[in-house]
Design a protein around this ligand. Structure first.
Ligand code: FOL
Length: 231
């Protein structure tokens, strides 16, 4: 039995799969795109198929809270899994990302700006298994969805796991200079198929405005919200 829950990758890429430049995003801050990222990674699904996962972790929690002397955490939260460089790329005032359980993959225990509620592990599977232990002890919030938020090395680790079933991908238009690429071309790779808007809406729990544009630094930048699933 794999105790690793389904993983959803969330990423914004150019048409050529660029995701980063010099430790940051290739494009200037797209406010509504970043707001989508924050909203979707915070929203805990209330319906199937995730409900069973939630029910399971909640009952485990109430079992242990009957005997525990200390207060336990009851409300489910989604998890954001990221690499150490992505952690460092998040502005200190926004990290740990609020209302989500932050998991950072790093070989070093020391992490700049990390508090005790940030879970550090040396691989996705070991970090998630230590998170599951903490949930059972009432020392971490029950699991909602698990999002992998990058960067390239961590996306690659996740894509090599069968639990990586969905990719929420924002396709950003224009030619942006990049030094880091998303490790799979979802349009070329037959293992991934793009889903319809209705499935995207159902997955994220809102009516998604698929195509948007924002004016940044005097230029219009268009982008499109997409969902891909493993075939
Ligand atoms: N996925 C998508 N769709 N867009 C992204 O920009 C993105 N970025 C990352 C991973 N997946 C993504 C990694 N980089 C923040 C900063 C960088 C970052 C991820 C998140 C961040 O500060 N987020 C805050 C919102 C800040 C704001 O509203 O300005 C958060 O609360 O999520």
């Amino acid at each position: 039995a794999t105790s690793i829950p389904p993983l959803t990758l969330i990423v914004a890429t150019t048409a050529k799969n660029g995701i980063g430049k010099n430790g940051t995003l290739p494009w200037p801050m797209l406010k509504k795109e970043m707001a989508y990222f924050a909203r979707i990674t915070k929203r805990v699904p209330s319906s199937a198929p995730d409900a069973s996962l939630l029910a399971e972790t909640s009952s485990q929690l109430s079992d242990s809270s009957e005997t525990a002397a200390t207060a336990t955490i009851q409300k489910a939260q989604n998890v954001v899994v990221m690499g150490r460089k992505t952690w460092e790329s998040i502005p200190p005032k926004f990290r740990p990302l609020p209302q989500r359980t932050n998991v950072v993959i790093s070989r070093s225990e020391k992490l700049e700006g990390a508090s005790e509620d940030v879970i550090v592990g040396d691989s996705i599977s070991s970090a998630l298994s230590s998170l599951v232990s903490k949930v059972k002890e009432g020392q971490a919030a029950p699991l909602g969805r698990v999002f992998v938020i990058g960067g390239a090395a961590i996306y690659k680790q996740a894509l090599d796991m069968e639990q990586a079933k969905s990719i929420l991908l924002t396709r950003v238009e224009g030619e942006w200079d990049c030094d880091t690429d998303f490790p799979v071309d979802v349009e070329a790779d037959q293992a991934w198929s793009r889903k319809q808007k209705s499935e995207l809406d159902g997955f994220v729990g809102e009516d998604v405005e698929e195509k948007l544009d924002e004016e940044v630094k005097g230029q219009k930048v268009g982008y499109e919200f997409r969902l891909y699933e493993r075939v």
